[in-house]
Design a protein around this ligand. Structure first.
Ligand SMILES: [Fe+2]
Length: 352
C-alpha cells in the first residue's frame, strides 16, 4: 500500500472491504479480511499483501501508552541466581514477570507440541533452501512462495539480505518476514498460544513484532568456536520495553548434540561495558568481565527439548553455547516483542 491507501497495482486485491478499511487506515480490519480470504500458504499473493500491511501498519496507527510504571515490581525471584523453569500451563503474566525481571529469564517447558516444533523445523529448512535457490537464480515458483523480501521492508539489502549467492543452503539466519508463509504461520501460532493478551498484560499496552528482531535460525555445530557474550539492549536503543521469546526446535544445550545457549541468570538491569577485557568485537562483553559477573551468578547452559521456550529481555547476557561435543544443527525461532508505543522504528515494527 502507499500512503493514500490505494492498493499496489501489482496485487490482484481489489477486494472492496480491504480497500475501504485501508482508506481509513484501519489496518487490523483489512488484515482480518485478507485472513478470511486465505489461510497462510494457500495464496502467495494474499500472504505477501497481508505481511506488507502488517509492516506498514505501525506508522499509520496510533499507539497510546496505557500504563506508566515500568518495569513492574518483582518481590522475589522464584529461585535467586537461577533461571526460572516452569511448565507451559504455568505461564501467565505473573510468572513471566517474576522470571524475566526477577531471574533474568524463564524457561517455559513444552510451550509447543512436538508436531508444531517439527513443522517449524521443516519450514526453516524449506526457507533456507528457497533463499539459496533465489540467490543463485534457480528459484521456481514454489521457492518464491517460501522466500521473498517484502516491498514494505525499508532500507534495501540489509544484514541477512546481503548474503546473496554466498548464503549457505544448510544453515544461517533469515528474517521471518522474508518468508511470508512462515511469518503468518508463526503469527497464527502466537495467537493460539495467547501471546497478544499475555504481552498486553506484561507491557500494559499492545505488543508488536519487528522485521529485524524476528529471526529463523539454523546453527551449524562448531566445536572450535566461541560465540560472543552480548546483551541485545546494546543495540536496541533507550526507553524501549521488550521481551524476547526464543523457542528451541531441536534437542539442544546441556549434554545434547546441538548447541544451546549460555545464559547469565542475573536480574540486574544494566548494560555492561563492551569491547574490553578480551572482547573480540566492540559489541561483545569480554571474557574477563564475564568471569567477574560469574562470581555471583554463574552462567547456565540449560537443556532444551524441541518446543521449549526461553523468555528474557534486553538486559540478559548470553551467547550461543558452542561446545566440543556438538555434532548436530540447532533450529530455533527468536521473536523480540516490543511495547507498541515505544517500538523502535529502525527495527521496523510488525503488527501481530
Ligand atoms: Fe542475543
Amino acid at each position: 500500500m502507499n500512503h493514500t491507501g490505494t492498493p499496489h497495482p501489482e496485487y490482484p486485491m481489489s477486494d472492496a472491504m480491504v480497500v475501504e478499511a485501508l482508506g481509513r487506515n484501519d489496518y487490523p480490519t483489512a488484515i482480518a479480511r485478507l485472513e478470511s480470504l486465505a489461510a497462510p500458504g494457500e495464496n502467495a499473493l494474499i500472504d505477501q499483501f497481508n505481511l506488507d500491511l502488517r509492516i506498514e501498519a505501525h506508522r499509520h496507527m496510533r499507539w497510546p501508552e496505557l500504563s506508566g510504571g515500568w518495569p513492574a515490581e518483582v518481590q522475589q525471584p522464584p529461585v535467586p541466581g537461577r533461571l526460572a523453569d516452569i511448565p507451559a500451563a504455568a505461564l501467565d503474566v505473573e510468572t513471566l514477570r517474576a522470571g524475566v525481571l526477577g531471574s533474568g529469564g524463564v524457561i517455559v517447558r513444552e510451550l509447543l507440541k512436538p508436531s508444531q516444533a517439527e513443522e517449524l523445523r521443516q519450514g526453516i529448512d524449506r526457507v533456507l533452501a528457497a533463499r539459496h535457490a533465489v540467490a543463485n537464480g534457480q528459484a521456481d515458483g514454489a521457492d518464491k512462495t517460501w522466500y521473498g523480501r517484502s516491498r514494505s521492508v525499508a532500507g534495501g539489502p540489509v544484514q541477512f539480505g546481503t548474503l546473496g549467492a554466498n548464503a549457505p543452503a544448510d544453515s544461517g539466519s533469515v528474517w521471518a518476514v522474508d518468508s511470508p508463509v512462515m511469518a503468518l504461520k508463526l503469527i497464527s501460532l502466537y495467537r493460539q498460544l495467547g501471546l497478544p493478551a499475555l504481552l498486553h498484560d506484561y507491557f500494559g499496552e499492545d505488543a508488536l513484532l519487528s522485521v529485524k528482531k524476528w529471526v529463523l535460525r539454523k546453527v551449524k555445530p562448531n566445536p572450535q568456536q566461541q560465540a560472543g557474550w552480548h546483551q541485545d539492549g546494546r543495540f536496541l536503543g533507550d526507553g524501549i520495553r521488550t521481551v524476547n521469546m526464543w523457542i528451541a526446535l531441536s534437542d539442544c544445550g546441556g549434554d545434547a548434540a546441538a548447541p544451546g545457549m549460555d545464559i547469565i541468570p542475573a536480574s540486574r538491569r544494566v548494560i555492561h561495558e563492551t569491547g574490553t577485557q578480551g572482547a573480540a568485537f566492540d559489541w561483545t562483553v569480554g571474557a574477563g568481565l564475564v568471569a567477574e559477573i560469574e562470581k555471583t551468578t554463574p552462567a547456565e547452559n540449560p537443556r532444551f527439548r524441541p518446543g521449549d521456550a526461553l523468555f528474557f529481555d534486553e538486559f540478559n547476557l548470553h551467547r550461543t553455547g558452542f561446545a566440543p561435543h556438538h555434532t548436530a544443527y540447532r533450529y530455533a525461532v527468536e521473536s523480540w516483542f516490543f511495547a507498541a508505543s515505544r517500538a523502535p522504528a529502525k527495527q521496523q515494527p510488525v503488527l501481530f
